[in-house]
Design a protein around this ligand. Sequence first.
Ligand code: MF3
Ligand code: CO
Ligand code: CO
Length: 270
Amino acid sequence: MNETHRGRLTREGIRIHEAADFAGMHRAGALAAQILDEIAEHVFVGQSTAAIDKVIEDRVNASGAKSATIGYKGYQHASCISVNHVVCHGIPGDKVLKDGDILNVDVTVIVDGWFGDTSRMYVAGKLSRKAERLVQVTHDALMKGIEAVRPGNTFGDIGHAIQSYVEAHRMSVVRDFCGHGLGRVFHAPPNVLHYGRAGSGPRLEEGMFFTIEPMVNLGRPETKVLADDWTAVTRDKSLSAQFEHSIGVTATGAEIFTLSPAGKFHPTWA
Ligand code: MF3
Ligand code: CO
Ligand code: CO
């Protein structure tokens, strides 16, 4: 059997990986998470997002891994950095961070052919009360989604867990972007929706690898993409947050491949 594509596909085209493949995903995920740990000290008032991206690119190169985003559909950076009302795919640039800005930094690396994709929130200066609430609800929504992962549940159960949690806090789930299968490829079936009906969608099976990466807005869920063809923003200019883990379905639940080695996944932790 071909090394690149072991295992089988479900009816929906979702790859079922072999037990040995978890180790490769663990290594890739750990590097991506470690890089996000390391950039925490590079996020401060007056810092440019390009400077943060440069730290990430240098760190990826120094580790002998590859950036999955440089050259992906013409994208030229080692990270996406999405500040305040930017929902996702913010392009690093000269703009400097101001006191109270919140930002998502999203990194994907390739280690021995395996993709590790994770993002989390940071703050420059002092976190405002409303931004803190948004960041907390978004983080907790991701974890609710992960708690719904076990063989026999469905992808709809994940989306439902996230959406019901977010809406109970009177915030909204972005519909225009979703999580994705990954493994030896960056984006594979299925689309992992962050909203939905319990019991709907494909059934989860041991050996599936995918991301869960909910984007949550303080205002309305609608987004638009700017003229640069990447930057997605909230239409109503409300604040947006996102957290992302890459996970694998185990016999009893989920293995999170992108756990923070330093325990710094959330901006108010250590
Ligand atoms: N890492 C993003 C994701 O979560 C994808 C970024 S693609 C890029 O799927 F080209 F914008 F970098
Ligand atoms: Co992703
Ligand atoms: Co990502």
